[in-house]
Design a protein around this ligand. Structure first.
Ligand SMILES: Nc1nc2c(ncn2[C@@H]2O[C@H](COP(=O)(O)OP(=O)(O)OP(=O)(O)O)[C@@H](O)[C@H]2O)c(=O)[nH]1
Ligand SMILES: [Mg+2]
Length: 609
């Protein structure tokens, strides 16, 4: 509150501030002392909800691509989750199987730079779905970026056309139609000695993960778990003759088993066929099981296309098998009449064409992202990628950091298969974008990871990586090594790897947990422990990597300094000193802008709060 005697002068100063702001172009004016784009009631509601502050319109624009949680609280006042038209569009993919979420209030859709900045993460509409009425279409936000919306409309038409082709590219799973139920025996090769012995895990832990993978699949159940020793699991039949016979006998004694999951990275199609003949049931390796999970969980066009690409090698193997069978029956390598091609050649050509088409569509999506990324860069919202082993708590953490009530963490491997973006605030009220990513898994074949590289590429453009670890997991050290090795292979800029924040999650399950790693932060995303420290650490790093600082500058309200700051920096707070006609202005400012400011206004004082 202002001092009594200075009330009239204070009003004059307020008018002076208003004049400074009016002189500015519209985007600069939006950076007001309260989160712009919000009504006073909105702010009150946001404060009431703690983290779930209402988003400034610019931030809202960047979050447009946020995947809306299936049951977003349409009626809640705050949070990016409920608001976004494009977001609601992608939400439909996620909610296809569930009852539709309540529509957001008219006019609630976020617009402007934040929604635009987030748009390139928007999971695309899955092919074949109709276009439901647009939520929030009646509510063009004041000062909204209408141009962006027009672009979006054009994009939608393009997408519409593309979708038809994409449906064709996806095709049926090379694993065959999803069996209604599979009763699985999980077989784990155990290397107990020699150079192939795993250092950071045991066969028991490996088989536990394999069981978790099977349990992720609907209608698949584990009937039996078998650990069989081997010296070298890379051998053709994985096991030596004696152990192979023992295993075959065991499997044959399990009449209810319909499939064997042999927990090795990959087996060749010939080996698979021979194993299936020997055991009389279907045989899956890690690659096929993970692909199967991906197929079941993928929601967006891009995720589905990436899976279709990863399936091509499987289709090739299947083809080889088919041809060798045909050769035995009626000659699969004979020429097809009039075509000049054998059956094998025709099928291979079709596969090659399919692969090229998928790569072409993925490349188009990649270019679109790149364009949107450039737009986002201009808007300067720092981006934080949240990465880690599958099921470590990435989505839970983002939910806790952003207050997005509708995000749905699940105790399931590969629950998240689409990169999505979510807006949040750091302690200085700096708006940032958190990116939720696909979890990692050890021993995944390189080309499966490669298929997702277009999506993972996004991480390379973030300002900071937060590496989440499930510190309660018995293989947590191995998981860390797997994540770091994949990150290394992604050829990320070295500063991203060096500045990475390591977070030890789920500490609520361990009494008095203390991280042994230097600089690691202990948190419980589920219970909200340690999140303030984490946000402070993120802010410190973000300021460092983006070359920005938070300063409080004293400005003369009669001069142009305040206008200048509104234009060139992010003004966070303005505290007017009516007695002397000045204001304390808290800003986030880049080093170069601050240098300019000091040259222009050398007498201005400042301090770091
Ligand atoms: N006890 C406890 N459980 C947690 C914590 N954080 C996450 N979880 C649980 O861990 C499970 C996985 O959480 P998610 O947030 O879905 O994990 P994720 O890393 O996003 O998983 P994917 O998307 O499948 O890779 C859920 O059951 C969460 O409730 C925590 O701090 N403490
Ligand atoms: Mg997740």
């Amino acid at each position: 509150m202002w001092g009594g005697g200075a009330r009239a002068r204070g009003r004059a100063l307020q008018r002076s501030i208003a004049r400074s702001r009016r002189r500015l172009p519209a985007p600069a004016r939006r950076q007001s002392r309260r989160p712009p784009g919000l009504s006073a009631a909105g702010i009150a509601a946001a404060r009431g909800r703690g983290e779930a502050r209402a988003l400034p319109r610019r931030l809202a624009a960047a979050v447009t691509a946020v995947k809306v949680p299936p049951r977003a609280e349409g009626g809640s006042a705050m949070g990016p989750g409920r608001l976004l038209r494009p977001m609601l569009r992608c939400c439909r993919a996620a909610t296809a199987a569930a009852p539709p979420p309540p529509p957001p209030p008219r006019g609630a859709a976020l617009r402007g730079p934040l929604s635009a900045a987030l748009r390139h993460w928007a999971p695309q509409r899955p092919p074949g779905r109709g276009e439901p009425p647009r939520a929030g279409s009646g509510g063009r936000g004041a000062g909204g970026d209408d141009d962006d919306d027009d672009d979006d409309d054009d994009g939608e038409e393009d997408e519409e056309e593309e979708d038809e082709g994409v449906e064709e590219l996806l095709g049926p799973s090379p694993l065959g139609p999803l069996p209604g139920a599979q009763r699985v025996a999980v077989v784990q090769p155990a290397v107990r000695w020699g150079p192939k012995k795993p250092q950071l895990t045991t066969a028991e832990l490996q088989i536990a993960e394999a069981v978790a993978l099977v349990n992720t699949l609907p209608n698949w159940t584990v009937l039996d778990k078998i650990i069989i020793p081997t010296k070298n699991p890379d051998k053709k039949f994985v096991f030596g003759k004696g152990n192979f016979d023992v295993l075959t006998e065991k499997i044959k004694k399990l009449p209810h088993v319909t499939a064997v999951f042999l927990n090795v990275e990959r087996i060749s199609s010939i080996t698979k066929k021979e194993l299936e003949d020997a055991w009389g049931v279907k045989v899956f390796d890690r690659y096929t099981v993970v692909l199967h999970i991906f197929r079941c969980n993928a929601r967006t066009k891009e995720a589905k296309l990436q899976i279709a690409l990863a399936e091509i090698p499987l289709l090739r193997s299947n083809l080889k098998n088919e041809v060798s069978q045909l050769d035995q029956q009626r000659g699969g390598s004979r020429y097809i009449m009039g075509s000049g091609e054998t059956f094998m050649e025709t099928q291979n050509r079709l596969l090659k064409e399919k692969e090229l088409k998928i790569r072409h569509v993925l490349e188009k999506l990649r270019r679109k992202r790149s364009l949107l990324r450039t737009q986002r860069r201009k808007r300067e919202f720092p981006v934080i990628s949240v990465m880690g082993y599958t099921n470590c708590g990435k989505t839970t953490l983002i939910k806790a950091l952003t207050g997005e009530a509708g995000l749905q963490p699940r105790d399931q491997l590969f629950a998240t298969l689409d990169i999505t973006a979510h807006a949040g605030y750091l302690p200085s009220h700096m708006a940032v974008i958190y990116v939720d990513t696909i979890g990692f898994l050890s021993d995944l074949p390189h080309n499966l990871v490669e298929s997702f590289s277009a999506t993972l590429e996004e991480v390379a453009y973030s300002d900071l990586i937060v590496h989440v670890r499930d510190i309660t997991h018995p293989e947590t050290v191995l998981q860390k090594a797997s994540v770091l090795s994949v990150l290394k292979n992604l050829n990320l800029p070295s500063h991203l790897l060096e500045s990475m924040v390591e977070v030890h999650n789920k500490v609520d399950l361990i009494e008095r947990y203390e991280p042994t790693e230097e600089n690691a932060l202990a948190i419980s995303a589920l219970h909200g422990h340690g999140l303030e420290e984490l946000k402070e650490e993120i802010e410190k790093k973000i300021l460092k990597v983006t070359g920005k600082k938070i300063l409080t500058i004293t400005v003369n309200l009669q001069g142009p300094q305040l206008s200048w700051l509104y234009k060139e920096a992010t003004v966070q707070e303005v505290e007017v000193m009516p007695e002397d006609g000045t204001a304390m202005v808290k800003v986030i400012i880049s080093n170069s802008a601050f240098g300019k400011y000091r040259n222009l206004f050398p007498s201005s004082t400042f301090f770091i709060p």
